[in-house]
Design a protein around this ligand. Structure first.
Ligand code: PLP
Length: 251
């Protein structure tokens, strides 16, 4: 066997694998869209009322772009560095940061995202506002709620959330658009529903206050394992990674 023969073989294998992955994404996306439509209808809404975010951490831009070509409009990255690395390779789409943000990274990311879903402290909101003023923009944010009161997670506790929003809405260049939550992983269906419905209640409570300078319209909850339940409980933005792109490979 010659070297060029081997190279050719490897190239064909890679192409086969890539095509297989494209097909998998198509199939997964169809399944997800059908499930969203079904749950939207069951909860008295329409498919268009629910936003589908493709969560793209560790996913090669080739596959992200494939999902965009197939109609996904919203992309979520959870690390600033990865977001900045991939952003320029992506086709036209709306990009949100969904992971914990450190104060010193705000400056580098603020001009590259359409929304920051992970505002988990008043301090980070202050820095976002400060940098947004510098860039002469207004940043849309979601306030993250640590609904399970987990040590390992960021976000405000349930009963701190209103007070936090009250402080954030007074800041200059930041606009609160809703709430985001990541309920505890690996809990049973009943507990999971309890957290999700708790989030919906909080969302409705805060929305009904009609606070000035805030529009509480987005409830971002539901991931690969629980997006159907999340929609049934009132979510209108689901963040889906592995159910769309397959299991993540962190190498
Ligand atoms: C990774 C991630 C998701 C998606 O998780 P999957 O279980 O793969 O769907 C959603 N939200 C956030 C904040 C994430 O970091």
């Amino acid at each position: 066997m010659t070297m060029s023969y081997l190279k050719g073989l490897i190239y064909s294998m890679e192409r086969l694998l890539k095509n297989k992955k494209f097909d998998d994404i198509d199939e997964n996306l169809k399944f997800i869209e059908e499930k969203i439509a079904y749950c939207a209808q069951k909860s008295g809404r329409k498919y268009e009322d629910i936003k589908l975010m493709a969560v793209t951490k560790t996913v090669d831009p080739v596959f992200v772009n494939h999902a965009i070509e197939k109609g996904v409009k919203l992309i979520g990255e959870n690390k600033v560095q990865e977001l900045l690395l991939k952003k320029d390779s992506l086709m036209e789409s709306e990009v949100h940061l969904i992971g914990h943000l450190q104060t010193n990274k705000v400056r580098s990311v603020i001009n590259h995202v359409n929304m920051i879903q992970s505002v988990d402290s008043v301090k980070i909101a202050q820095e976002i506002s400060r940098q947004a003023v510098k860039y002469n923009l207004s940043m849309d944010v979601l306030v993250e709620v640590n609904i399970g009161r987990e040590e390992s997670k960021h976000g405000f506790f349930y009963d701190e959330t209103l007070e936090a929003i009250d402080q954030i809405r007074a800041m200059n260049a930041i606009k609160v658009k809703g709430l985001m939550a990541i309920p505890p992983a690996n809990c049973d269906e009943i507990k999971n529903r309890h957290y999700l419905s708790g989030m919906y209640k909080l969302f409705i409570d805060i929305k009904s206050k009609k606070l000035d300078n805030v529009s509480i319209d987005i409830l971002s909850m539901g991931m690969s394992d629980d997006f159907h339940t999340a929609i049934l409980e009132g979510s209108n933005l689901v963040r889906i990674g592995s159910a769309l792109f397959g299991a993540r490979n962190y190498n």
